[in-house]
Design a protein around this ligand. Sequence first.
Ligand code: ADP
Length: 475
Amino acid sequence: MKKILFAASEALPFAASGGLGDVIGSLPAAIKQADKDCDIRVIMPLYDKVTDKTRARMEKVLETTVELGWRKQYCGLYSLVENGVTYYFIDNEFYYRRGALYGAGDDLERFAFFCKAVVDLLPLIDFYPDYLHAHDWQAAMAVVYLKCLYGNTEKYRDIKAVFTIHNIQYQGMGDMYNMGDLLGLHEKFAPVLEFGGCMNFMKGAIVCADMVSTVSPTYANEILSPEYSHGLHPILEMCKGKLTGILNGIDREYYNPAKDCELVKNFSYMRAGGKKECKKFLQEYLNLPVKEDVPMVIMITRLVSHKGLDIVKESLYSLLEENLQFVLLGTGDYEYERFFDEAARRFPEKMRTLLKYDKELSKRIYAAGDIFLMPSLSEPCGLAQMIASRYGTVPVVRETGGLYDSIRDYGWPDGGNGFTFAPYSGMELYNAVKRAVNLYEDKAAWEKLVLKVMRYDFSWKKSAKLYIQMYERLN
Ligand code: ADP
């Protein structure tokens, strides 16, 4: 029986800020589904965001002290079972009672503590996995601690480490001088973590892991070049032999318009009529003109530059001259929040900007939209275009990373499953949206495309098997 432990900083439905949460909330169950005999568990921090209802389902596993450098910190461990997968939660209110998952001045310490706890707790829960699978910079130090501190220790020695890059932009960087004080690592390990004069958690994990993966084949290629690597290409080039790309999937039950209780009316590709009611409901809810024939363009995104917001800014006012409505749900950089808020104020008949993170509302918007815009500058995989497809909202995407691997242009010989463009410019974005809007006017052709998009299989089925094959290659 395979034993796998995922270490990650977020997982749906407990606490999430983006696609990582979706993946950690659904991939373990998909792996379990594909290999019934495996024991897969997940470990994450217990944030204050985790609801009382969820906490009521938890069982206290243990209480201990974890050492991080000179610190000796309280560490509680709770667990619950979700979809056949055991989720562990590391409790320390000083680190995780912060109102938000990330963005604190001491994030490096918060997540170094998490990683140290992950490796230190294994004997206490008597679970030595065959594969420790860490995700993104927040969990990267678990791989480094495993290999540097415990690599020669009995039972730890047999654990294979896998590190998955969900987004290379965030690497967990700090001052090298803090390495000993912050991480409690001897200076002989400096070459593992040092990169460009800084301490770099992600670099450490890439170097130490037995296998490195990222979340789409195209992104696995892209990050070998300086354009996409945020500086790490020399390290990845060196580790190319152990780098692979596996496309993410989505949880088709969690995102299921036929059953989703957030929607006023459920629908499916067999009975797609309910989508019209969802649109009408959202128009009423947002106080937009209730017009079935006007295409609704939606965006649901973190408001950060790599999501392509600069070219949306370039083209938005031209787009708003067209016969369409535009709804944006997102939070992030102040500059973008202010711009989109202002645009909604200037075009009250056409645009709404909702500056918040709201999972329930996001599903109502996915269901109501006609066109989903995702013009990312870079996109490791992207889940939002898959979720939008599931809810019958046709993606318009830029050809990069996982967007390139998941969406084909309508102009392709088989008709494609969305609209795509390559050059990063406002004009190209405008033209791609305009092509979608033009097709929307041809009712029969549009409906055919919507049904095709809804039927597209973005489940985990194929990719879960690829993960299992990846683990097996390490034996
Ligand atoms: P990333 O992980 O880079 O943010 P992805 O497309 O992989 O991008 O995943 C984004 C996930 O976060 C999707 O599930 C999307 O619906 C969700 N999301 C993004 N912004 C919001 C928001 N403001 N409210 C609710 N859900 C959001």
